[in-house]
Design a protein around this ligand. Structure first.
Ligand SMILES: [Zn+2]
Ligand SMILES: [Zn+2]
Length: 376
């Protein structure tokens, strides 16, 4: 069977750049690597071999140029390994080859690079805290509890019972990887005995079962600064999970959520609220009472205030988190038109309408008049 075109195998165009080729290779390798397809190992091994070979040609500018000019024949006698005694690494090795084993990619692709023995940093922790708008304005000191892992005091984090030292793993000879022969091909995978550590704890610490860390609830007092906003992250270096085998502890990230307020809407450091004003007050002007954070304040509205008019109250907003001063408070006026009038009130307003020569609807007839009309 004729060999397939490497561009076709990777599904890239003739002009594909290095990045396109890497990406295509990664995607296909992830899908077809024999480690990922244990139930159809032989089939995926063949497929993977083709993918690997196509990548080996296209990743090397010299080989790629020769292939472009002469096809597969151009690569004969160049030392390019065409199939014989072909071996390849674990999928983790591929990730490492492409990305340099970067951990961002582990998270992104849900893969895990090879673990190494020796110190490793502890995980960062995240804790979400909800506060009220009042607390966001004034700031808040509080103590919190964070479930985490601390170093086991019994074994000082080694995981081994007092005095015993971990033994080199016999299965993999300390490499953390084991190789597997399948036909011509050799694949390597994470050692199942030591889980890639290269060493095994033969006599585990009884307090932590060999993990070196134990679950622990740490208490911490935190200081939420005035002006805290939704999504603010407070970092507490070293307050995350303990490291492994003497590795540095992770950090604690506290994410602040400011609850919705029944009265105030927050826009940046400004606060916005609505107040109802009687139409007489709007017409004649008044000193009205408006809510502020933690109390009430007087606001003078002038005569002739229109519905929807916005008044600003300087520095009555949220303190600026960084820097001095505060935002402002904005008060939006809703002129309240009465829906029920006594006959005296109605007469007064009709009088006013007459004075101003404004046409208004006739007074609603009473029940008795309606009956009379119906009968006549
Ligand atoms: Zn222990
Ligand atoms: Zn091992």
């Amino acid at each position: 069977m004729a060999k397939r075109d490497p561009y076709e195998v990777l599904g890239v165009g003739k002009n594909a750049n290095d990045k396109d080729i890497k990406q295509a290779y990664y995607r296909l390798a992830k899908e077809h690597h024999p480690d990922k397809n244990p139930d159809k190992r032989e089939e995926s091994t063949e497929k993977f071999k083709e993918i690997q070979e196509a990548y080996d040609v296209l990743k090397d500018p010299n080989r790629r140029a020769r292939y472009d000019q002469f096809g597969w024949d151009g690569l004969e006698g160049t030392g390019f390994n065409q199939g014989a005694g072909f071996g390849f690494g674990s999928f983790e090795d591929i990730v490492e080859e492409i990305f340099g084993g970067g951990s961002i990619f582990d998270d992104f692709f849900g893969t895990r690079t090879r673990r190494r023995s020796g110190p490793r940093p502890g995980s960062d922790l995240r804790k979400d805290i909800e506060i009220t708008l009042e607390e966001a304005v004034k700031g808040k000191e509080m103590s919190i509890e964070v479930p985490t892992l601390r170093v086991c005091h019994t074994c000082q984090g080694s995981g081994s019972k007092d005095g015993s030292t971990p033994q080199t793993c016999l299965q993999c000879g300390g490499r953390g990887q084991v190789q597997q022969q399948s036909g011509f091909f050799i694949t390597s995978r994470t050692c199942p005995i030591c889980k890639g550590e290269g060493v095994v704890i033969t006599d585990p610490c009884e307090s932590c079962n060999g993990d070196g860390r134990i679950p622990h609830t740490s208490k911490l007092s935190i200081n939420i600064p005035p002006g805290a906003s939704n999504g603010l992250v407070l970092r507490y270096p070293g307050a995350g999970e303990a490291g492994i085998k003497g590795g540095n502890p992770g950090d604690l990230h506290i994410v602040i959520h400011v609850a919705e307020h029944p009265i105030f809407e927050r826009q940046g450091d400004d606060l916005i609220c609505k107040v109802n004003v009687a139409f007489t007050q709007a017409a004649l002007g008044a000193a009205i009472e408006v809510p502020i954070i933690g109390g009430k304040a007087k606001l003078n509205i002038p005569s002739g205030t229109q519905n929807g008019k916005v008044f600003s109250m300087k520095d009555r907003g949220v303190p600026h988190l960084r820097g001095r001063g505060s935002g402002d408070q904005y008060v939006k006026v809703n002129v309240d038109i009465p829906t029920k009038l006594s006959s005296k009130e109605e007469n007064l307003i009709r009088e006013l309408a007459k004075l101003r020569d404004e046409k208004v609807a006739s007074p609603e007839k009473g029940f008795l008049n309606k009956v009379k009309d119906a009968l006549s």
